[in-house]
Design a protein around this ligand. Structure first.
Ligand SMILES: [Zn+2]
Ligand SMILES: [Zn+2]
Ligand SMILES: [Zn+2]
Length: 268
């Protein structure tokens, strides 16, 4: 059993956007307040022996809002981090994992594709190429390049190559669940990864807004992906301030909703 928590469902600027007075940015519906995109996947229900390396809590991306997300959702531990890509909204909360290092007393393994690992070393050189003097706390992290499916906490993590405009990024499939943020195209080989072995039944998928965009699926494009995939439940994420939660959900097909911050999904 997986417990998936949507920590942030917003686009890179977050919603409300700074200085914006539009209806969504002024909305009092808490589901219209969207932090930067991230999810937490908690592994439970598996036999204790399956917890290789006792991984139970997997964070996908370290969003700019990680501290706020960790507090709001009372995230007690982070055993591993999967990175989709290195855009600012997905990595700039990385420094906020330090409390988990203190509590867990070990480095947190971080997984990304080659470009992402390279970018993280460069963007966070103070972490990965620290000066000899050890003063203030630095996150303790171990970077690993993803080369194919791998296992965490006894469950298989399948990286799913996607296109985010021209940038190759990763989505992740875990059992019958998939998280595909920041994409506007799914290569043919990745469809096979998503449909193999009974396919994906629950998906969280990028849908920025109704108008087309050069690097993100629009709502209609995302609906097409969901129906092609035959997923039972779909939740759209990376949402901008064009989409009011309640009004948009009322017009979506059965089984499809906008995600919102704090949404919890239990996936068999
Ligand atoms: Zn993004
Ligand atoms: Zn706005
Ligand atoms: Zn991006």
């Amino acid at each position: 059993m997986l417990k998936v928590t949507v920590l942030g469902s917003g686009t890179s600027s977050g919603v409300p956007a700074i200085g914006c007075e539009c209806a969504v940015c002024r909305s009092t519906d808490p589901r219209d307040r969207r932090l930067r995109p991230s999810i937490l996947v908690e592994v439970n229900g598996a036999a204790p022996s399956a917890f290789a390396g006792h991984v139970r809590s997997i964070l996908v991306d370290t969003s700019t809002d990680l501290r706020e997300q960790a507090l709001a959702n009372r995230i007690a531990r982070v055993d591993a981090i999967l990175f989709t890509h290195s855009h600012a909204d997905h990595v700039f909360g990385l420094d906020d994992v330090r409390p988990y290092n203190l509590r867990q007393r070990e480095a947190i393994p971080c997984y990304g594709d080659e470009r992402t690992v390279h970018d993280l070393r460069r963007m966070f050189s103070y972490i990965f190429e620290p000066p000899p003097q050890k003063g203030g706390g630095l996150p303790q992290l171990a970077l690993f390049r993803i080369a194919g499916p791998f296992t965490l906490g006894g469950i298989e993590i399948v990286p799913v190559p996607l296109l985010h405009g021209r940038l190759p990024v990763l989505g992740f499939r875990i059992g019958a669940f998939a998280y595909l943020t920041d994409c506007n195209a799914i290569p043919a080989e990745s469809w096979e990864l998503l449909t193999a072995g009974g396919g994906v039944r629950t998906i969280i998928l990028d849908a920025l807004r109704r108008r087309p965009h050069s690097t993100h699926f629009s709502v209609d494009e995302a609906i097409d992906v969901v129906s092609k995939l035959g997923a039972e439940r779909a939740y759209f994420t990376h949402i901008c301030h064009d989409l009011p939660h309640a009004e948009t959900c009322a017009r979506l097909p059965a089984g499809v909703q906008l995600a919102y911050d704090g949404l919890v999904l239990n996936v068999a």
